[in-house]
Design a protein around this ligand. Structure first.
Ligand code: UGA
Length: 447
């Protein structure tokens, strides 16, 4: 009989994972403690913008015409326990308020709600990003609280999906990593992931701490790459170099690679910033803090880029105060193809410029609603053209394709001055200059 799968927590990770499991052919029951989220998903709607996810839900959510009916949702842990052979924990682990450490309360409470209902054989699989050592602790909790005793087991299976590519990354992962303590757990997970394994996704089997660490190590490495190139951008600024050329040239060395070397206003979002901080906090608890002190520098290089963008803006406006100046901001989300504005460098820069007295107008293709909620005092426009109307300077802060396709000539007629600052090194300088714009990017003072 085919395995039955449950997914606990239907946020970004959980909603995508649930839909992907249904796509792989399993019967899936998703659970969330927020009834409104369940109601939205039951209608086949997605609470966030993620390419392809709505279509995938529509294809499988029970009750939607023409769907496979393999995907249902509930708020009831007893129902989840009775239904599933494999239970994926997909709740979030945000940064604790006022601390670097991550908040494990959602993971802990999900397991506490599930465990007492596990009366038969079950595999609970953690996917949330957690401090190393958590799986060990949670396994002990499960052993103590599940009536099934040894029949209820834990495994750890970190998730590497990127926002904007969540569906693709879940259905065709570049690797699968599982921390297991028994052959049975490994066998079950091989069964769950049989399709991607057949397609060639490497399947890495390891212990709990290594599986947990793989996730935080991967995100730390990515953050390090970005801050490395941003540090080079700072040196290029000082020395009159061109960081984009530099990145291209070092990227030809395939030990270095081209990816994640785009200099600009740095990384944000719900993962990289909080993950490197939680990793430092955890290393400290383990007495290995020295090993990760470099991440403090990665974090500060990153945060510094936001301030540098504000300074570039000030210079572009003549160097004086921002008071009375009009600033157009293109982009609000932390990256393109997402509506996520959590710790968004773009909104941070927009907010700083606004707080210093400028009149800021923001436009983003998908992030307007979330941005408005977070920063209600900024001005918002319905299009790039409207945002730019009357602006003394234009800031390009999230590299949406829509912005690369803008016509500099048309925008130039609307703007008060033809000055554009590219905070993502993603626009074509030649194109903008041809239309009479002063183009300036980070780390390329002369380019
Ligand atoms: C990140 C990881 O890339 C995923 O592998 C991981 O699964 C995920 O976190 C997670 O932990 O859940 P994501 O947060 O979606 O994914 O975003 P990224 O694509 O990593 O981008 C992060 C930030 O770095 C964005 O603000 C982006 O604009 C910035 N970035 C990226 C740069 O500034 N330069 C680059 O060259 C690349």
């Amino acid at each position: 009989m085919a395995l039955k799968i449950t997914v606990i927590g239907t946020g970004y990770l959980g909603a995508t994972h649930a839909a992907a499991m249904a796509e792989l052919g399993f019967e899936v029951l998703g659970l969330d403690v927020v009834p409104e989220k369940i109601e939205t998903l039951q209608r086949g709607e997605v609470p966030m913008y993620e390419p392809g996810l709505r279509e995938l839900l529509g294809k499988h959510v029970a009750g939607i015409e023409g769907s496979s009916g393999r995907l249902r949702f509930t708020t009831d842990f007893a129902e989840v326990a009775a239904f599933g052979d494999v239970h994926f924990l997909c709740v979030n682990t945000p940064q604790k308020h006022g601390e670097y450490a991550c908040d494990m309360s959602y993971v802990d409470s999900a397991l506490a709600s599930l465990a007492p209902h596990l009366t038969g054989p079950a595999l609970v699989v953690g996917k949330s990003t957690v401090p190393v050592g958590s799986a060990d602790r949670l396994a002990a909790y499960l052993a103590e609280h599940a009536p099934a005793g040894d029949g209820a087991e834990l495994a750890w299976n970190p998730e590497f999906l990127r926002e904007g590519f969540a569906v693709e990354d879940t259905l065709h992962p570049d690797r699968l990593v599982v921390g297991v303590r028994s052959e049975r757990a490994e066998r079950l997970l091989r069964e769950v992931y049989a399709t991607p394994i057949e397609e060639g996704s490497p399947f890495v089997v390891t212990d709990f701490p290594t599986a947990e660490l793989v996730k935080t190590a991967a995100n730390s490495f990515l953050a390090t790459k970005i801050s490395f190139i941003n540090a080079m951008a700072e040196v290029c600024e000082a020395a009159g170099g061109d960081v984009a050329k530099l990145a291209e040239a070092i990227g030809y060395d395939d030990r270095i690679g081209k990816k994640f070397l785009r200099a600009g206003i740095g990384f944000g979002g719900g993962c990289l910033p909080k993950d490197i901080r939680a990793f430092m906090a955890r290393a400290g608890e383990l007495g290995a803090d020295q090993a990760l002190t470099f991440l403090r520098e990665i974090d500060s290089v990153n945060m510094r880029q936001r301030g540098r963008m504000v300074e570039l803006t000030r210079q572009a406006l003549g160097g004086g105060p921002f008071l009375g100046k009009r600033v157009a901001v293109l982009g609000a989300t932390f990256k393109p193809d997402s509506d996520d504005v959590r710790d968004s460098p773009a909104l941070n820069v927009a907010g700083q410029v606004h707080l210093q007295g400028a009149q800021v107008t923001v436009y983003d293709p998908k992030g307007m609603e979330n941005a408005r909620r977070l920063f209600p005092t900024l001005g918002y426009a319905d299009s790039a053209l409207e945002a730019v109307r009357g602006a003394d300077v234009v800031l390009h802060l999230t590299e949406w394709r829509e912005f690369r396709e803008l016509d500099p000539e048309v925008l130039g007629e609307a703007a008060a001055a033809r000055v554009i600052l590219d905070g993502r090194n993603a626009l074509d300088p030649a194109l903008w200059r041809k239309a009479g714009w002063t183009y300036r990017a980070m780390g390329r003072p002369t380019a």
